[in-house]
Design a protein around this ligand. Structure first.
Ligand code: GLC
Length: 425
């Protein structure tokens, strides 16, 4: 409890966090939040499983297993699984139009499930053993899908901004310019029915998202055709770091369960090489790369600071980390506050996200930067304790933004940010 605010009733906040998970629970999966996101999202569910593992191992495994019901024969695990029709979300199952059950979207999302499955397993090995054994093959085939279709020069490429989990990040702007929106047609986006438009991506961004969806659909979701045709292909440093981390966790599981490790070791080798290509020497930070032009995106974001989480002990970015922690109050915002596009309330262009703070902090703690890690944890603790379980926050004054009662914010509270949390995987 050291450093916690004595005036705060943390037991009550812990209880509330469980309640948030329970109220977003739809039986065998959780929605990120009521209204705005009415289906099962990929990396949200991985965080949810980690959150459930604190008090209900059975429910934690169900979350992951239900997510993998959406896995395609190719191995791809979609970014949304539409278990049950819900109105008022765009683009819903009819727009993606994927001919399988359960219905899904056609793109993926940050592959953190192996990392979270390991955490869930380690929280209760006796209960989790059989579940881990059953999920393992599915995790391997998902990772194989990334390696085969998306890893270029050791870097993980996305074919749609939504795959990154950082929907409207500045990193994608240059690559999106080439997307033709003339055929998009009319549609009604429903996010702005729930949240103020000033906090969401712009209309032009949305048109481009829809155009990319239509392009992949017209290619019949064939990865090779998409790779040839799409104007948008970006090697996302956040994805490379999260995938590298997940491969290390998968390797750990493989070794513990006496499964073969050679293939996974090969992936880790390739990805570690790829990390070097993400280093933007001119600007002194990790960066994403527009594969179509070979140019860096020249944006320092919260994803740049995931190298420690990936097990890359490279401290060249510490000066940026210190600077940013001093500039804002509540951790690492989604965009460098010194960037002229920094917009403290616009989604992935400035706000701070609790779960990003959590994984950056865990990486720092694991690589010996314990003081920094603790600072990040305390800042996030204060943020959530004082402002609630929101989707994201203004990093300068902590004002809550986006959806309320958010699953991953509650999950990282229970696992990491609460004074009663273990604070690690
Ligand atoms: C938004 C976020 C994405 C998240 C989803 C559901 O699209 O950018 O990362 O998975 O909402 O919470």
């Amino acid at each position: 409890m050291e450093g916690a605010d004595p005036g705060m009733n943390y037991d009550k906040i812990d209880k509330k966090a469980r309640k948030v998970l329970q109220s977003n629970d739809r039986g065998l999966y959780t929605v990120p939040t009521k209204g705005l996101y009415p289906y099962q999202w990929n990396w949200d569910s991985a965080f949810a499983a980690w959150g459930f593992s604190v008090f209900d191992a059975k429910r934690a495994w169900a979350e992951l297993e239900t997510l993998f019901q959406g896995q395609w024969d190719t191995g791809m695990v979609p970014h949304i699984v539409f278990h049950k029709q819900s109105f008022g979300y765009f683009p819903g199952p009819d727009v993606w139009d994927i001919n399988r059950v359960p219905h899904t979207s056609g793109i993926s999302q940050p592959p953190i499930a192996a990392t979270m499955a390991r955490a869930v397993y380690e929280a209760d090995k006796r209960y989790g053993r059989i579940h881990m054994e059953l999920l393992y093959g599915r995790l391997v085939s998902w990772h194989r899908w990334w390696m085969k279709n998306r890893v270029e020069n050791g870097m993980v490429c996305i074919t749609h901004p939504w795959e990154s989990g950082r929907d409207n990040a500045l990193d994608w702007d240059a690559a999106l310019v080439g997307v033709d929106t003339s055929e998009v047609g009319e549609y009604h986006r429903s996010d702005t029915d729930h949240v103020d438009a000033s906090m969401r991506p712009s209309k032009l961004d949305y048109d481009r998202y829809v155009a990319l969806l239509q392009l992949s659909k017209a290619s019949d979701w064939n990865e090779r055709v998409i790779a040839d045709k799409s104007p948008f292909r970006v090697a996302d440093c956040g994805m490379t770091f999260m995938f590298l981390r997940a491969c290390r966790d998968l390797l750990h599981i493989a070794a513990e369960f006496d499964m073969g490790t050679d293939e996974i070791e090969g992936w880790i080798f390739d990805l570690k090489q790829g990390v070097k290509s993400h280093w933007n020497e001119a600007r002194g930070h990790y960066d994403s790369v527009n594969v179509r032009t070979g140019a860096f995106t020249n944006t320092l974001t919260s994803a740049s600071f995931l190298n420690w989480y990936a097990g890359i002990r490279d401290d060249r970015q510490l000066k940026h980390l210190h600077r940013i922690l001093d500039q804002v109050q509540y951790g690492i915002p989604s965009l460098d506050p010194d960037n002229p596009h920094f917009d403290e309330l616009r989604y992935w262009r400035g706000p701070v996200w609790g779960m990003m703070n959590a994984i950056i902090g865990i990486g720092l703690a694991e690589t010996g930067h314990t003081v920094l890690a603790e600072r990040l944890r305390k800042d996030t603790q204060k943020l959530i304790a004082e402002h609630g379980f929101y989707e994201y926050f203004n990093p300068v004054d902590g004002a809550a933004a986006g959806g309320g009662e958010f699953t991953w914010t509650a999950a990282i509270w229970l696992t990491w940010a609460s004074p009663h949390a273990k604070g690690r995987f």
